[in-house]
Write a protein that binds this ligand. Structure first.
Ligand SMILES: Cc1cn([C@H]2C[C@H](O)[C@@H](COP(=O)(O)OP(=O)(O)O[C@H]3O[C@H](CO)[C@@H](O)[C@H](O)[C@H]3O)O2)c(=O)[nH]c1=O
Length: 332
């Protein structure tokens, strides 16, 4: 088996590839990544010498390149992570989100159709997506696989469009597609721009820990390795054409995460005076900021027996320790 993993140098992809190679000893992974600002090959050091792993630098929008990868490596399946993922960037500059997330997904689907043929149920195309396609929840309720799409940001609209393209290739061409929509991931290797690395970094720098608005927005936090296990499970056992939501069953406001991380840092690396919490500051809110995301993960639980197992406390401890060692090597 040869699996094309797109975006494997990104946060979730670079956690997934070592896990996937380990769990699937007969599989070779071709990692196609453009190496934008968000990709980092250092995060794949542990597999770089493995003969079941190859790296190709390139853009998923490049049809000629994708065709040649399918031919040269005899690709049997695709797990498609590559995406522009940062909501704030999609607000300031949506262009690359439309290109990579929509055109890139289309290019991969077309290559799969061309190389695998229509009505092909053996070669799987697994699309990795987000719960943000469902829009914003109030203080109660959960997203499930039947929730109507209501994307609010250019990022989530581009991911919604890619989900619909994947869906259409299943219905029209009977490509063996599957989509997973996950909640907020956290853990080692995440880019500095996201909330949890931002809190850790700014705390250690002694600067303002920026919390948008009043800090009352809620996200459902999923430890990245739980997510990787969920993807592997759905990839192998999920039903063709289906969507599975993957969540952490772990809701938290942004402010309480900042406070939690500050308390952990107060213990691990006490300041000469006061607490890291003193650095928390409320800053201008994100435009169109979704209030709450929360996932009902009972479909994947009941059908495929997956559930998130990492507790937020242990997950945060591991994450903070990883960043402490990263920042010890570079200047914070
Ligand atoms: C960077 C930053 C973020 N925030 C807030 C905005 C959000 O309510 C929350 C999390 O922000 P972010 O880390 O940017 O993640 P969010 O916008 O929820 O989106 C993430 O989670 C999504 C899944 O729900 C993924 O599809 C996205 O690719 C991923 O970026 O923290 C702050 O209050 N301060 C900050 O400095």
């Amino acid at each position: 088996m040869t699996t094309l993993v797109t975006g494997g140098a990104g946060f979730i992809g670079s956690n997934f590839i070592p896990y996937f190679l380990d769990k699937n000893p007969n599989t070779t992974v071709i990692n196609l990544d453009k190496l934008t600002y968000a990709g980092d090959l250092n995060n794949l050091d542990e597999v770089s010498q493995t003969n079941r792993y190859r790296f190709v630098q390139g853009d998923i929008c490049n049809q000629t390149l994708i065709d040649s990868i399918f031919t040269t490596h005899k690709i049997d399946s695709v797990i498609h992570f590559a995406a522009e993922s940062h909501v704030d960037k999609s607000i300031s500059n949506p262009d690359s989100f439309i290109k990579t997330n929509i055109e890139g997904t289309y290019t991969l689907l077309e290559a799969a159709r061309k190389h695998w043929g229509e009505n092909n149920q053996s070669n799987r195309f697994h699309h990795i997506s987000t719960d943000e396609v469902y829009g914003s929840l109030g203080d109660s309720g959960f997203f499930n696989e039947k929730t109507p799409y209501a994307p609010n940001s250019p990022y989530s609209a581009s991911k919604a469009a890619s989900d619909f393209l994947v869906r259409s290739y299943y219905h029209t061409f009977k490509l063996n597609t599957i989509t997973t929509n996950c909640s907020n991931n956290y853990g080692p290797k995440q880019h500095d721009e996201k909330l949890i690395p931002t809190i850790i970094r700014t705390a250690l720098q002694g600067s303002t820990i920026p919390i948008y608005g009043k800090g009352t927005n809620v996200r459902d936090w999923l430890y990245v390795l739980d997510h990787c296990k969920g993807i592997d499970t759905v990839f192998k056992k999920g039903r063709p054409g289906e969507t599975y939501l993957i969540g952490g069953n772990n809701e938290s406001t942004n402010l309480s995460i900042a406070e939690k991380i500050c308390s952990i840092l107060d213990e691990l690396l006490p300041k000469a005076k006061g607490s890291y919490k003193d650095q928390i500051a409320f800053v201008e809110d994100r435009k169109g900021h979704d209030h709450r995301y929360a996932i009902d993960a009972s479909k994947i639980g009941q059908e495929l027996h997956w559930r998130a197992v990492e507790s937020f406390d242990t997950g945060l401890q591991k994450t903070i320790k990883w960043y402490l060692s990263k920042y010890k090597k570079n200047t914070v």
